[in-house]
Design a protein around this ligand. Sequence first.
Ligand code: UDP
Ligand code: MG
Length: 328
Amino acid sequence: MGIDKRSGPPELCIVVPCYNEEEVLPEAQSRLLNELSALVADGLVNNASHILFVDDGSKDQTWSLIENASRTEPQVRGLKLSRNRGHQTAVLAGLLEGQGDIFISIDADLQDDITAIRQMVISHIEDGTDVVYGVRAGRSSDTAFKRFTAEGYYRLLSALGVEIVFNHADYRLMSQRAISALGEYREVHLFLRGLVPLIGFKTATIEYDRSERFAGESKYPLRKMLSLAWEGVTSFSAKPLRIISIAGIVISMLAFLGALAAIWASLTGGTVEGWASLVVAVAILGGIQLLAIGLIGEYLGKIYNEVKARPRYFVDKIVGDESQTLDD
Ligand code: UDP
Ligand code: MG
């Protein structure tokens, strides 16, 4: 990992994670190839630049589409993971296994405006940025519910001290050395949006409009989204644990005051009303305790997974990349 001594335009690798994307793939491919050719023609990137489709264990025709494309289009390469590992891991695999001087990750459904690719590349060339974040200018294509929860989530993360870029999904440019740095983070629980800002180097943001998925369905149902959100909190902040400690202190102090009041009452001849107050106190405390134990358990489970340090993915096949297929 060193300072870039390259001369001439960089080799760009566009990493596209795909999970059951047969409906969108041909269109995505032709749009991206057009954009790429324009960049090559304008001398912004060199002609070794290419698209790397990462098949994340799709169950439809995605991989055969990629394989066919790699035969007919010299600028298309494919990487097949051994099974479905999830969006974050698929992106990581593409970045770590791919070749190039700069990498741009973008979703297969092209919800992210691909004209921002050019701006990202220009930012890298002119300002020497190592990371360029694509940031949504608006969220008009999202439901009100998604906008509201996204907003709340960003607030929560920053309150917990996690640094992330507001309105940035995983559409970004990274230089080779930023990716080498990313590769040093060995965590199994991946949340790239939280990891990339930790790397440092010179960064920039580019605004773009996000549109609807043009075909197929979202592969990110609410359940997966919540789990990614939870990942973001627990992988980057131990503050929730601090919060339960503080809650414990506060509750202990209240309990102490309550005890004093009860003793005082009985010494002065009065008694505190019994059943209801007891049940309420026991129920509330029981709930809080279970919550606290559950939270500790969440972190424990995470430690369990990280300590095992299982491999994050296996590459099944690579197509379209001569330098790699010759070695086999
Ligand atoms: N994806 C993936 N593995 C998965 C789920 C999704 O590689 O297990 C890919 C998917 O093909 C797409 C990107 O991740 O290119 C984002 O998924 P999607 O568009 O369904 O999510 P949304 O935009 O609705 O959040
Ligand atoms: Mg999408």
